[in-house]
Design a binder for this molecule. Sequence first.
Ligand code: UD1
Ligand code: CA
Length: 464
Amino acid sequence: MDATAIILAAGEGTRMKSKHAKVSHAILGKPMINWVVDATIAAGCARVVVVVGSHADEVRALLDGAYADSPVPVETVEQRERLGTGHAVKVALEATGISAGPVVVLNGDLPLIQPATIERFAASVAEGGAAGSVLTMTPPNPYGYGRIQLDAEGSIVRIIEQKDCTPEQAAGLLECNAGCYAFDGAQLAAHIGQIRSENAQNEYYLPDMVEILKAAGERVGIYHCDDFRDGLGVNSRSQLAELTAIARDRVNGRLMAEGVTFIDPAQAWISPDAVIGRDTVVWPQTHLIGRTSVGEDCQLGPNTRLTNVRAGNGCVIDETVAVDAVLEDEVTCGPRAYLRPGTHMLRASKAGTHVEIKKSTIGEGSKVPHLSYIGDTTMGAGVNVGAGSITCNYDGARKFPTEIGDGAFIGSDTMMVAPVRIGTGALVGASSCITKDVPDGALALERSEQRIIEGYADVRRAKQ
Ligand code: UD1
Ligand code: CA
């Protein structure tokens, strides 16, 4: 499909009562604008133009971050004055010079639109010879949407905004404008200037293109979307929550069909871009954010949040927060592990209870089971780190590395003051503060000698 998508994201989003752009609000951890852009790219649009205005820099940053390497160009156009959706499209056409070819226009607050819907709907214009088409839906509660007025033959006459409806129209016209339109670019460019702002909101309404094109003798169609949820918009926080629940059910439903078990699919929030392998069990209160992938036969949660994490097969990830981390097969984490960016857990390694790891490699089969902080560390295979051991990687100004060789045994409550190297197969006695390198195979012990005063306990009790 050689269409250009124009996405409208310049509005103030007043009803959100937010300090941020409406389209920056996330559904399953993914900003709304990215849902819409991704849907247009997946539908096969060849070029994506996003109209920004209110909080323009915030929206641009969301796009720059996500589409810097996209094969489909995603560009922005600024609408300085927000005079309505019709004006936004006019600004986009003028700035890009688009004046031919198929053009799909989508509201930026339409996150659940499906690529297949956009594709089929846009094709209906390209193939059917109409100058424009409107995606419509019949939601249970039509309040707030523009209403589709049909003639006796069932053809669209015009769209009447909620605020311009008579009470009879508001109650009787139940088919709604989903805020997604397909146009023949030449017709759109030729007539966009005819939109007027004499209406309840004094805005230039894009939906007025229906009447304008029809008055010019052109055909305009409607494409009714059978699943109304595809066409729901987000104007308020309660709609944001409502759509989050729908998105969650859709994603979890797809994953269950693919062979993932959910203890309770209403209590897991999985990014649409996440991947989960077969026979993995998702426990309640699991959140997978961003491009997270989890292999087969894993246990996820309860109470787990993974952001941009890659986990292999057979991992147990219990009450864990992990960000930008890689977990190879059979890794065990938690309960209560915190794996920060740059953590790489090799096969069958363990980050246990109340363990924090940052920018470190934990070698194959190595274990950090209890109450430890490991930062800027390269750990070999088969290492055991005793409870309460810590790498002291920061002197208040700079960070330093720690290296722990294969098979080393670190006694409990060891402080490893970096930069430091614990040799292969070395032993460190419990409660040592290690400030010098420990050679391979050596024992390091740094501990004041224990004193014994025989009978003292009885002496003290007698005094009391
Ligand atoms: C709009 C439609 C309505 C439709 C509904 C579907 C109009 C006039 N009405 O109403 O028929 O049923 O969407 O959800 O189009 N925007 C700009 N620049 C502007 C104004 C808005 O870019 O000057 C953007 C907004 O950021 C938003 C989108 O256009 O993403 C729609 O604007 P919004 O104010 O949410 O329109 P609705 O009242 O929902
Ligand atoms: Ca809206």
